[in-house]
Design a protein around this ligand. Structure first.
Ligand code: HEM
Length: 507
């Protein structure tokens, strides 16, 4: 009898939750009508989410973008949340740069647990400004030069691994290999740690980082549908990100910070850790941000959060661009040859690893990397939230409205890029760039909230690709599948990115 009542109660609760959610979804259907913004047909309950499930995020983004070809913006519903998608490039400039103060924040759907809840990606307003100014100097030219030795060390390691593969005639799946390499590089550039997951398949650092790239999508979807259930699940220990991996990194980061504090090299390495320790001297955990003594002071949680985002934001992004660029060059040998000719001309004729100075002037390699990030940008969309109502180019952005900038669709727009599916590095030659709209290409975002580590990322990309292509020809192999079939949910090739390294005949 008790059980029957319990089940009945539960069923009633579910029906009630469904009705409330359905009603609240109905109650926002007028938003775009009131704003005079068109929106593709959608389900009241799911919004446009089901289309994403059915066709995948890439196709849905480009399809909706094409539907409103002559409009500055259009609207989409993520379940019941209305969001304005900006497709006009001048309006994108206004949102990201000219009227940045109205659009400082990103949407924070699911944040990490303390102590990692204050990453640059997630924090808001003045708090973000303070932390961003403390972190930005990490990527000055002087510091980047010092970080370079870690990139060079890992490039050497990659060279040895590729030597072995080519001797045994094995093919290489680039994404897997580049993920390991990137993790080793981040551990070095960020924390002064020497790890070698390239040659140690079960490296703990790498395994835990991998766990972070496979979050619990069910938690994410349920939170989108019923935000209140997200909080309940969290309190029950059902989390979006794996707690075991978070605990592992908290320990690693605390150890790295402690060892550095006690080391005689503290303050002399000029890397991210030094900078964070320097900022830590004045900050006290628990203080409200406005009570800090000024810009440049950080609490322990702020430091741990930035350290973790350094790991996470730099991992999948850099490894994706490395692997897609090398893959595209393998399937387009004519462009690979041009990169190699440039390397042969500009780099010393020995086996040394290219360094900070030597990769500064490799324009054709730059063009190939840019073209690869146009076709396969790791950040598919950017978002901002309007914090103060504003009307721009006749479009009213109400306070609190999420604003989406569809990077992938813009990079694939045939009106901006002729035959956008073709790999043509010539699009980024100095002459071609002059005729491009400055806001038609933004793999690192735009404006004050763009990628804080763009220069480090570009340095890593150039050193690693130059190291590989100086010594090897990358060629297609039996497992190579081109054109690339992207997964529906993330920037990943369904069939992998397979190539064969062959030692160059000329070297
Ligand atoms: C090719 C590699 C990379 C790409 C394509 C990339 C792309 C991006 C994009 C699109 C954004 C959002 C920008 C915006 O909203 O306007 C971003 C933000 C960010 N990225 Fe990167 N990123 C890369 C590498 C890295 C690396 C190596 C790190 C760290 C070491 C990093 C750390 C961050 C951080 C902390 C933010 C948030 C910045 C803020 O809100 O102030 N990224 N990145």
């Amino acid at each position: 009898m008790d059980l029957t009542w319990l089940l009945l109660g539960l069923a009633l609760l579910l029906v009630l939750a469904f009705l409330v959610t359905r009603y609240s979804a109905w109650s926002v259907r007028h938003v775009f009508r009131d704003l005079g913004i068109e929106t593709p047909p959608s389900s009241v309950f799911f919004g446009h989410f089901l289309e994403g499930m059915k066709y995948g995020i890439f196709d849905v983004q480009t399809h909706q973008y094409k539907m409103f070809k002559d409009k500055k913006v259009y609207g989409v519903y993520e379940f019941k949340t209305p969001m304005i998608v900006v497709r006009d490039l001048d309006l994108i400039k206004d949102v990201c740069v000219k009227h940045f103060n109205n659009f400082v924040d990103r949407r924070v759907l699911l944040n990490m647990e303390p102590p990692f809840h204050q990453t640059l990606l997630a924090i808001l307003g003045d708090h973000w400004k303070k932390v961003r100014s403390a972190v930005s100097p990490t990527f000055s030219s002087g510091r980047l030069k010092k970080m370079c030795r870690h990139i060079e060390r890992n490039a050497k390691s990659l060279q040895l691994v590729l030597d072995a593969r080519q001797e045994s005639g094995e093919e290489v799946e680039l994404k897997e290999m580049m993920s390991r390499l990137t993790m080793d590089t981040i551990a070095g550039t960020g924390f002064g740690l020497d790890i070698d997951s390239l040659r140690e398949p079960d490296n703990e650092f790498h395994t835990n980082a991998q766990a972070f790239t496979k979050p619990n999508l069910a938690v994410f979807i349920v939170t989108l549908m019923f935000p209140f259930l997200g909080k309940i699940m969290e309190s029950m220990g059902i989390k979006f990100l794996p707690q075991k991996a978070a605990d592992f990194f908290e320990k690693v980061l605390d150890n790295a910070l402690r060892e550095r504090r006690e080391s005689e090299n503290a303050g002399k390495m000029h890397d991210f850790l030094d900078l964070m320790l320097n900022a830590e001297e004045h900050g006290k955990e628990g203080e409200a941000c406005d009570k800090h003594e000024g810009v440049g002071t950080l609490t322990r949680n702020e430091i741990l959060s930035q350290a973790l985002v350094f790991l996470l934001a730099g991992y999948d992004t850099v490894s994706s661009v490395l692997s897609f660029t090398m893959f595209l060059l393998a399937v387009h040998p004519e462009h690979q040859r041009l990169v190699q000719e440039e390397l042969d001309k500009k780099l010393p004729l020995d086996d040394s690893i290219p360094d900070y100075e030597t990769v500064q002037n490799l324009p054709y390699l730059d063009q190939c990397i840019s073209e690869s990030m146009r076709m396969f940008p790791p950040g598919l969309i950017l978002d901002r939230v309007c914090n103060q109502e504003i009307t721009l180019h006749g479009v009213r952005f109400p306070k609190g409205m999420p604003v989406v900038l569809p990077i992938y669709a813009i990079h694939m727009d045939p009106d901006l890029w002729e035959n956008p599916k073709d790999f043509k590095p010539e699009r980024f030659s100095p002459e071609a760039k002059e005729s491009q709209h400055q806001y038609a290409y933004f793999p690192f975002g735009h404006g004050p909230r763009n990628c804080v580590a763009m220069r480090l990322a570009q340095l890593e990309l150039k050193i690693i690709i130059a190291t590989v292509l100086r010594r090897f020809d990358l060629t297609p192999c039996q497992k190579t599948v081109y054109p690339v079939q992207l997964s529906s949910w993330q920037l990943a090739a369904n069939d992998g990115l397979w190539v064969k390294p062959e030692r160059r005949a000329t070297k």
